[in-house]
Write a protein that binds this ligand. Sequence first.
Ligand code: Z5A
Length: 210
Amino acid sequence: MRGHFITFEGGEGSGKSTHAATLAQRLKSLGIEVVLTREPGGSTGAEIIRHILLSGIAKPLGAETETILFAAARHDHVLSTILPALKAGQWVICDRFIDSTRVYQGVLGKVDPRLILGLERVTIGPARPDLTFILDVPAQIGLARAKARRGKDVADRFEAESVEYHEKLRHAYRTLAEKEPKRCIVVDGRAPRDVVAERIWEAVEKKFKL
Ligand code: Z5A
């Protein structure tokens, strides 16, 4: 039987990595085999492309080229990591996936939706998420958390964008969730960590009848 595929989405510092890892741990404690992965990245080829994208050197090439690079990374990730795990009956938890492209490159980057959806169809094949958590926090809070965690390191290509940009992202994620209510659940990421984790767990228990 195919395993289940859960993705985490949201703005910078919204708590995706924290809650993807917490959920993976809780599922593992029940004896479930889990692959915890991320985008861009999650496979050897995709991690190389991640460096190019987050360094910002591809930004001058334009939003379309960045979109194609994200798609190339996803193609390798899906083929090398996600599909083999799902076929083996494992659960896959992924920190960012197709909705990041739809929001960052599509809504914010104004890339033609036909290119976004065409690349999506080609790269993901049957690897469509069963459930997506959208962690919702005001941009100021997310950016402050990311900055505190980063310390003296330089902000990456996306973190360096303005607060206004990050607020638009938040709005775009909420709109996306309204369009796909069966797959997407918006979780208030401002709540304390254990409260957020419990909300996520309740939704997983309900969806997959654990
Ligand atoms: N991108 C794209 O444009 N198109 C695409 O198709 C894809 C990606 C796939 C990847 O950046 C960038 O690529 C991303 C979009 C773009 N850029 N942005 N912005 P990344 O992987 O380096 O970073 P990120 O995905 O944005 O995640 P992040 O900054 O690591 O944040 P996070 O995973 O959402 O948050 P976190 O690491 O779990 O938490 C941040 C801090 O807050 C940390 O210290 C936690 O301990 C703390 N935290 C977490 N939850 C709480 C609560 N509830 N209360 C208080 N503090 C908390």
